[in-house]
Ligand binder design. Sequence first.
Ligand code: PMV
Length: 365
Amino acid sequence: MKQFEEKILGEAALVRKKKPSGSQGSVAWKSPSNIAIVKYWGKRPGQIPANASFSLTLSRSHTITSIDYTVDASRKAPSIEFLFEGQVNDTFSKRVEKYLDSIKDFLPWLRYSGLKIHSENTFPHSTGIASSASAMSALSVCLCDIEREIYGEKGMEDFLRKASFLSRLGSGSASRSIYGPMAEWGSTSCLKESSDEYAIPVTNLHAVFSGLRDSILIIEKERKKVSSSFGHELMKTNPYAKLRFEAAEENMRRLCRAMKQGDLNQFIDIMENEALSLHAMMMTSSPGYLLMRPNTLEAIERLRTFRLDTGHPVGFTLDAGANLHVIYPEVHEDRIRAFIESDLKELCTDGRVIHDEAGMGPEKQ
Ligand code: PMV
């Protein structure tokens, strides 16, 4: 069933025989966040998604992670030091330690490694932007790079696939941050190479989808009230869960068609349906959550009126929070930026809007 996991375990068994003595070095990677167009909300055991998801990889919202490592088979136990933006952060440290422990079968050298990890985000504080996708993908790609330094080259495709597989185990959506400008994760009938175990890059895009922009309206700067792990949990008892998973698969099929045909209007229609469905799931869970704020709704109204009046292809999506992601093609940037300035900015906390755009995935530093 988990074919890739078995392959990785097989390779790990070989690696275990070649125990390194005293390898040391440092690696650093910058990895982006992503925004889902078709949403992952609900999972099965083993971090398997209940439905396939599809996202736009961003290019300005990053985590930069560096690791100084020593790996020596004579070491009795691993040691980990973790600093976030130069400071000790207990919550993040515990999460990283738990994660590293959970993936040690796939990276057997972790058992006798000493790691000094430093991580920082390029996106501003207090913007409500979730950082788990960029953080977990940056960490995973660093780990794969250490493995490559110790045990030798891997082909790029294998390297990225393993990084996506490991990212997924840290945070499902992180698996998609490994590829840009668009990525898909989860088995779906419309992409035959798709897998529940890792994400894949979505290539051969119609030209209308190249260079998409994402202007993030910071409606609320506090952290979201529902963590995504709790949200996935809520789907186990949500009465509409089964219908939602079927609808997501149908949206994936429609999206694949729209992407092939260059149908931007269909793309926008699916994206908005997905955002509102995600929030409908949160509202109908028990307990139920209303994560949109009055200004989120006002911004949606204004955006839809603008689209109707001008015919500009601009749409929105939402994460599990109040902030609105305004998505549009590069060629309409001037006109849509002007509209954001004149009509939407005033709805944001401190007038804050973060302008991001499609990016190509992690970069070695
Ligand atoms: O990867 P997680 O467990 O943080 O879940 C991500 C959930 C959403 O961001 C709401 C949707 C998605 O597909 O990214």
